[in-house]
Design a protein around this ligand. Structure first.
Ligand code: 3PG
Length: 400
């Protein structure tokens, strides 16, 4: 059984130190003040309010710890230091940033710091984090009295600060983790239909599991699968179309065989090309997909419909956003950094009245991360896909 932080009497823990695993894996060049950061604020606030000292643990990127030169370059690019002033501003409290050469020195550094909120440098700068090394986890555990996992987004990784650490400290799921499990779990057990899956983005190999998990699955069987982006190219190619230079996930061609020529799977009926490559779905497809979304009662969406970063290929994704936001009756789950980022583009491109509505919805989406309502914007990318594929996530299993 998972123990939830929300069910604990935190007053009893006042004066203690919580090691709080969060996911600050924000890509370089993207705003650091991201929805992932926003989403963990409630847990931090709850702990601080109860006079619990909070030590934030996270990774960022995949630094190379074996190659010294590369490691030095990664140190600047993937540091968590820039997050410290953002947390300090948002929480109106000083944040101590701790960087140590050896993990063995972390306990002393944490004890020495007087601040109630502490941020530790990128854990993947150390060997041992991404290999789930028990001695690394034991050393980390010495820095706190209990552990909270609020990093659903990295819970599909067997990392030391996600899995092994739970062997050494009383461990709980944070407020964000609880909401993620509730919202995504509801979809798995959901009985409402029509249930629509929207699959886009670049690759399809990491999404086939989701299609499979909701295929001939009794109560939770998807009624429609709308396909765009690279996955659509891959389907079209498998059905014999010459997609020329379009992005195709070759490794997935054998995996999608069971889903070819199925009535449930909707492929684009028109496409937007850039010379020899398909870069978006066409307006007729947007209409057809929007009609399916309109009658849906549950929608799960991962991956944009085209190369939305280029204005001329953003209409497909924009059209899907509009249809999703216009359906006030459906429970909607949206995940993947790119899909969420694409909403910003929708905001820029539409009329004033529509923009008002969209921004409100997006705020609703963010608020939903805390209170769980109609639209749930998951902080997970790969973790959401794995969870919805029915896989066991090591970070969640470790909490049990
Ligand atoms: C993510 O962004 O999906 C998680 O933080 C996991 O990152 P990783 O794929 O580098 O392990």
């Amino acid at each position: 059984m998972i123990k939830y932080l929300s069910g604990q009497n935190l007053k009893k823990n006042s004066g203690k130190t919580c090691l709080l695993r969060v996911d600050l894996n924000v890509e370089q060049g993207m705003p650091l003040d991201s929805y992932r950061l926003e989403a963990v604020l409630p847990t931090i606030k709850l702990l601080l309010k109860n006079k619990v000292r909070v030590v934030l643990l996270s990774h960022r990127g995949r630094p190379d710890v074996r190659d010294k030169k590369q490691a030095a370059r990664d140190k600047d690019a993937l540091s968590l230091l820039p997050f410290a002033p953002i947390f300090a501003k948002k929480l109106q409290t000083p944040v101590a940033f701790i960087e140590v050469a050896r993990l063995g020195a972390l306990k002393k550094a944490v004890e020495k710091s007087v601040d109630h909120l502490v941020l530790v440098e990128n854990l993947r700068f150390f060997k041992g984090e991404d290999t789930n090394d028990p001695s690394f986890a034991r050393e980390l555990a010495k820095c706190g009295d209990f552990y909270v996992n609020d990093a659903f987004a990295v819970s599909h990784r067997a990392n030391a600060s996600v899995c092994a650490i739970t062997k050494y400290l009383p461990s709980y799921a944070g407020l964000l983790m609880e909401k993620e499990l509730k919202n995504l779990g509801d979809i798995i057990d959901y009985t409402k239909h029509p249930f629509t899956l929207i699959i886009g983005g670049a690759k399809i190999s990491d999404k086939v599991g989701v299609i499979q998990n909701f295929w001939s699955a009794g109560r939770r069987e998807a009624d429609d699968v709308l396909v765009g982006g690279g996955p659509a190219n891959t389907f079209l190619r498998a059905e014999g179309m010459n997609v020329i230079d379009s992005l195709v996930d070759g490794a997935a061609l054998p995996l999608i065989k069971p889903y070819l020529n199925s009535k449930k799977v909707h492929l684009p009926s028109d496409l937007k090309w850039d010379k020899t490559a398909i870069l978006d779905i066409g307006p007729k497809t947007v209409k057809e997909y929007a009609a399916v979304i309109k009658r849906s009662r549950v929608v799960v969406w991962n991956g944009p419909m085209g190369w939305f970063e280029r204005k001329e290929f953003g209409n497909g994704t924009k059209g899907i956003w509009k249809a999703v936001l216009a359906n006030k009756k459906a429970k909607v789950i949206i995940g993947g950094g790119e899909t969420v980022a694409s909403l910003q583009l929708v905001n820029r491109g539409i009329t004033r009245t529509e923009r008002g509505m969209t921004q409100k919805r997006f705020r609703d989406g963010l608020r939903d991360i805390r209170v769980g309502r109609r639209i749930w914007i998951s902080t997970g990318g790969g973790a959401m896909l794995d969870y919805l594929s029915g896989k066991k996530l090591p970070g969640i299993e470790s909490l049990k």
